[in-house]
Design a protein. Structure first.
Length: 505
């Protein structure tokens, strides 16, 4: 009996050991059954691969980063359910599920990551500040301002739209980073409509309301002159106190303004394809019109001058040794006069009654000067200046035709650069043949010259350019009164700095 019981316990122990062995074997197999999670990360919509994206799982396994082609792989992942997370700075986090149920299973995932700008707020609607809506009587340079904010502190850029009530032109000014801007070179008597568009570079553009402002009417300025800006000469229109505007733009070279009150136009010279031509424009500088087909020409473009008729219907102008006449609309060009010695006609002045013309002629170097008067048939009436050395010019004629204004370098100096050393203004009286030195009477500074003289509208003064005789220094516009003081001297007064070729009508 004892042997039977012992045998029974032996068999029971064997059974339990075997059961224990089987149980341990099952735990080992479960722990070794693993799979793989792999995938690719791309940018939303563009499908551009994203590198260096951090890939993690929950429950935690291995942390990996995507390669250059956006791919990743996590091996030896125990079977089970996982959340797989993709993270990259500047992009919204993405999470996907992965379920591994079979040994050796591979789960493939595709992440499309959106940049975190999807949570970005657009800028506020720009609020227009100045000028106030419907502001009027503004100048030709108008500064506008506005306010605009961004909740995300993004850098904002602005675009301005400008329209007007006279044509279909729409001007767009882009990439503005400040909250103000100046519209320049506007037109007189015009209503403008402006709008601001804000952008943060992320969201859709935001549009402001539209404001309106109106510029002042055209001023009846009596002064016109030239300034050098960059490589070109620009004509300005001004009153005597210095309130001015650009009559022409710096993109073109414009010279010799001449206002005609009868025609309500300002004429000027401008280079066109290497030739000097005569133009007209309205008093605000608009509607420029080329008058001449045959160009103005001579020894020096800065010395060439022309003349209006008093009634504003015609011009006289030189072309080498010829003098032409042309209507202001460009029609009726005809030859008036040709010099008998082949010298060039550089300047001309036309009497108020239209019966007399004063000419200045010179050789190809600008010398051998003659100033004389002819009638419309080309007959010489009077010789005013001849047989002198040095430069001369600056012609103008008084309203009654009795006085001729001109300049002459009294030093008699001549060289290849047409330098003037001591140029004075003179008034020649046709009735008495008397010549008066205006520069000497008004105490011209030593080392300076007076050029480009014109009678004032009432002929009680002369406007002119004063500059150093070095040919390089600043030019300034002065006027001199023809009424002498008790000492017999004349007073010169500065009008406009850094300017020349004055006109006073």
């Amino acid at each position: 009996m004892k042997n039977i019981i012992s045998k029974y316990f032996f068999l029971l122990n064997v059974f339990l050991f075997s059961l224990s062995f089987i149980q341990c074997s099952e735990d080992y197999v479960d722990g070794s059954e693993k799979g793989t999670i792999k995938g690719i990360v791309v940018k939303h919509q563009s499908n551009e691969p994203l590198a260096n994206v951090k890939i993690t799982t929950a429950p935690t396994t291995e942390t990996v980063f995507t390669s250059e082609d956006g791919s990743f792989i996590i091996k030896n992942v125990p079977l089970g359910d996982y959340s797989v997370k993709a993270e990259l700075r500047g992009y919204l986090m993405e999470i996907q599920g992965a379920n591994l149920v079979d040994y050796g299973q591979e789960v493939g995932l595709v992440f499309e990551m959106k940049d975190d700008n999807s949570l970005n707020s657009p800028p506020s609607v720009p609020q227009l500040l100045t000028p106030a809506d419907n502001a009027s009587e503004l100048g030709l340079n108008v500064e506008v301002s506005w306010n605009c904010t961004d909740a995300d502190s993004d850098e904002l850029t602005y675009k301005l739209i400008l329209k007007n009530n006279k044509n279909d032109e729409v001007l767009t000014y882009e990439n503005i980073t400040e909250k103000f801007f100046t519209f320049e070179n506007l037109t007189f008597g015009t209503s403008y409509f402006w709008q601001v568009i804000a952008s943060d570079g992320i969201n859709d553009e935001v549009y402001s309301n539209t404001f309106k402002f109106t510029t002042s009417s055209i001023p009846q300025n009596r002064f016109h002159y030239v300034k050098l800006e960059g490589n070109n000469h620009v004509i300005y229109s001004s009153d005597e106190t210095g309130n001015n505007f650009k009559f022409t733009q710096e993109s073109v070279n414009s010279l010799r303004p001449r206002k005609n009150n009868s025609a309500s136009l300002v004429s000027f010279l401008r280079m066109v394809e290497g030739n000097m031509h005569l133009f007209t424009a309205k008093l605000d500088g608009s509607d420029s019109f080329r008058v001449t087909e045959i160009p103005l020409a001579g020894f020096n473009n800065n010395e060439i001058d022309y003349a209006w008729s008093a009634n504003g219907s015609e011009f006289l102008y030189p072309n080498y040794n010829k003098l032409y006449r042309v209507n202001k609309d460009g029609s009726g060009t005809n030859l008036v006069y040709t010099t008998d010695d082949g010298n060039f006609i550089t300047e001309c002045a036309w009497s108020y009654d239209g019966s007399k013309i004063v000419l200045k002629t010179n050789n190809i170097e600008g010398y051998n000067v003659k100033i004389y008067m002819i009638d419309l048939m080309g007959n010489k009436i009077k010789t005013i200046l001849e047989n002198v050395n040095g430069a001369a010019g600056g012609l103008d004629i008084s309203v009654d035709g009795s006085k001729i204004l001109f300049t002459r370098d009294i030093s008699g100096f001549q060289n290849q650069f047409y330098r003037q050393l001591n140029t004075h203004i003179f008034i020649y009286d046709l009735n008495s043949d008397n010549v008066e030195d205006i520069s000497d009477l008004s105490n011209i500074p030593s080392g300076f010259i007076d050029i480009d003289p014109r009678f004032s509208p009432n002929e009680a003064e002369v406007i002119f350019t004063q500059t150093s005789n070095d040919g390089r220094s600043q030019k300034d516009i002065y006027k001199v009164s023809l009424n002498a003081d008790n000492d017999g001297r004349l007073t010169r007064t500065l009008l406009f700095e850094n300017a020349w070729m004055p006109d006073w009508e």
